[in-house]
Every structure is written in structure tokens, then in C-alpha cells.
Write a protein that binds this ligand. Structure first.
Ligand code: B12
Length: 151
């Protein structure tokens, strides 16, 4: 058990060859304003770059964004790469995850099976993702000093 303070580190980026930058810029601002330390890797981030940044910054969470419709291919083997690098972090993915608008429950299932802890659609309000992460990292505003995570 490790004692955590409110300041937890989130590594954020857009995976693959995807160059859509507006969404992660909004997420960066929202997570920073919510008290997280945010490492924004920007667009066109490789799996390896996510893993290295997560190790270097001892990330508590890795947030992957994908808008351009190739998320499923780009995320094949991603959790294996993280594991090999020794990353133990909560992983989220969000954005426009499927080509066209498939049934989102199917999309969620696909990305849960790829290893992501939570899957968000493009309508997600950043506050909902922040709330989810607080829950997953067991941070509550009143109990922050007692919040613990088992490793
Ligand atoms: C602007 C734009 C572009 C710009 C990007 C400029 C830039 N530097 O960012 C340009 C013109 C370059 C572009 C290019 C392309 N685009 Co474009 N683009 C858009 C557009 C119109 C808006 C995207 C945007 O900025 N939205 C505003 C931000 C605030 O919203 P967001 O990105 O969705 O992010 C929010 C949520 O999704 C969520 N979120 C995102 N990531 C994550 C991650 C986590 C963990 C969480 C919790 C939440 C979350 O929170 C964000 C903040 O609220 C969308 C259509 C649309 N209306 O969404 C198409 C769209 C994303 N593009 C699309 C496509 C196909 C392309 C191209 C492949 C087109 C082409 N054939 O060349 C290229 C890809 C280039 C590349 N390598 O990436 C498609 C994707 C289709 C799909 N997924 O099925 C879309 C949906 C348009 C469409 N309807 O067809 N595009």
C-alpha cells in the first residue's frame, strides 16, 4: 500500500498516425485544472512512446485518444508493450474509436478486450473522465490523504 497525495500523473497522447489535436488539448487543460500532473505527448504518438513516458513519469494513468478511425489497429498489442515496460497504470481510451458509428457497446467490448480499463465515446465530457479516474485511483476530495492504491 502506498500513500498518495492529490497530485497524480496522467500521460496523455493521440496514438498512431492520428493528428487530431483539439480533443487532447481540452483533456490536458481539464485534467490539469482538476489537479493532476499531465504529461501531454501530443499527436502521432507510438505505443513505445506512451510506454517510455509512463515509465519516466511513473504514471498513474495512461489516456489514449484516437479520432481518425484506426484505433483498433493502433492499439493491438499496446497493453503487452506497457506490461513489458513495467507500466502499472490505469488505461483509458476515448474519441472516435470506430469507423462510422457502430454500436458503441460493441466498440467498448472490443477495447475492453484489448485491455483498456475504460472506454469513452466522442460525446464524453472531460469532467466525467476526471470523475471516473478519481474513482479508479480512489481519490476523493475529502479523503485524499487517506486514498490508497494497492500495487
Ligand atoms: C478538425 C478535424 C480534422 C482536422 C484536424 C486538425 C487538428 N490538427 O486537430 C484535419 C482536417 C487535419 C483532419 C484530418 C483528418 N480527419 Co478529421 N476531423 C476533424 C473534426 C471536424 C473535428 C475534430 C475536433 O477537433 N473535434 C473537437 C474536439 C474537442 O473533440 P474530439 O476531438 O472529439 O475530442 C473530445 C472527445 O472525443 C473526447 N476524447 C477524445 N479523446 C479522448 C480520450 C480519452 C481517454 C477520453 C476520456 C476522452 C477523449 O474528449 C475530447 C474533448 O471533449 C472531426 C469531426 C467531428 N465533428 O468530430 C473529423 C474526423 C475526426 N476526422 C475524420 C477523418 C476520417 C479524418 C482524415 C482521415 C481525413 C482524410 N481522409 O484525410 C484525416 C486524418 C489525418 C490524421 N493523420 O489524423 C473522421 C474520423 C472518422 C471515424 N473515426 O470514423 C471524422 C469523425 C469526420 C467524419 N465524420 O468523417 N480532421
Amino acid at each position: 500500500m502506498v500513500l498518495h497525495t492529490m497530485s497524480q500523473t496522467v500521460v496523455l497522447g493521440v496514438i498512431g498516425s492520428d493528428a487530431h489535436v483539439v480533443g487532447i488539448t481540452i483533456l490536458e487543460q481539464a485534467f490539469s485544472a482538476a489537479g493532476f500532473d499531465v504529461v501531454n505527448l501530443g499527436v502521432q504518438t507510438s505505443q513505445q512512446e506512451f510506454a517510455e513516458a509512463a515509465v519516466d513519469h511513473d504514471a498513474d494513468a495512461v489516456l489514449v485518444s484516437s479520432l481518425y478511425g484506426h484505433a483498433e489497429q493502433d492499439c493491438q498489442g499496446f497493453h503487452h508493450v506497457l506490461e513489458e515496460a513495467g507500466v502499472d497504470a490505469v488505461t483509458y481510451i476515448g474519441g472516435n474509436l470506430a469507423v462510422g458509428q457502430d454500436d458503441f457497446e460493441q466498440t467498448r467490448k472490443t477495447f475492453r478486450e484489448l485491455g483498456f480499463d475504460r472506454v469513452f465515446d466522442s460525446e464524453t465530457d472531460s469532467e466525467d473522465a476526471i470523475e471516473a479516474l478519481r474513482q479508479d485511483l480512489q481519490i476523493t476530495p475529502t479523503e485524499s490523504e487517506r486514498a490508497t492504491i494497492s500495487s
